[in-house]
Design a binder for this molecule. Sequence first.
Ligand code: TYD
Length: 202
Amino acid sequence: MNLGLLIVFEGIDGTGKSTQCKMLSERLSEKGIGNISLAEPTRGEWGMKIRQLLTEGRNGISPEEELAWFINDRKEDVELNINPALKEGKVVLMDRYYFSTAAYQGALGFDPKQIREDNEKFAPVPDRVLIFHNSPEKSLERIESSREEKSVFEKRDYLIDVQNIFKSFTGANIRFVSSDASLEDVHAQVLCEVQDLFELKL
Ligand code: TYD
């Protein structure tokens, strides 16, 4: 029985991970490999609450509540979408997963390692995690450009912390992908980093 594959795209905004996720999906489809693309936060009940928080600001929502919403959203995603697709033998491509929770909510003060462990109790561990990063200059440019909020410095420092947590992840399933090159070159890098999971040449 084919148990499917779980490939996750992670990193701070502006690293082109969503585009690369789409490009890999197209490539797999061209090769006749059944795949599904999912994203977190989802469009479900908890995901929509999170999206409201993201657009309207935290507005008194505690870090504990925020963390709980992401976990609730993921539990629903695992049950309704991820596990069923894996059972059907599909390649599941995820634009963000629990490494985002470890990095973003970890940067709010929670222990990233603990968040990862707690998630791995209910969420399938990915076969591969691609963590996208830009050069330090490009990242900083990106971080600086998200300065629309009142607490400017907090936001900048927050994203730097998030990025540092992303960089700190270790594991046999983790690969870092530099997204400074052209879309095609980064796509080639992505294929290279997942090729060993497939019998077919991608
Ligand atoms: P994002 O991928 O940017 O969604 P979209 O492109 O649909 O707007 O995710 C929205 C934000 O949610 C992003 O800034 C990271 C944050 N996030 C967390 O803080 N924790 C998490 O567990 C996840 C999945 C996302």
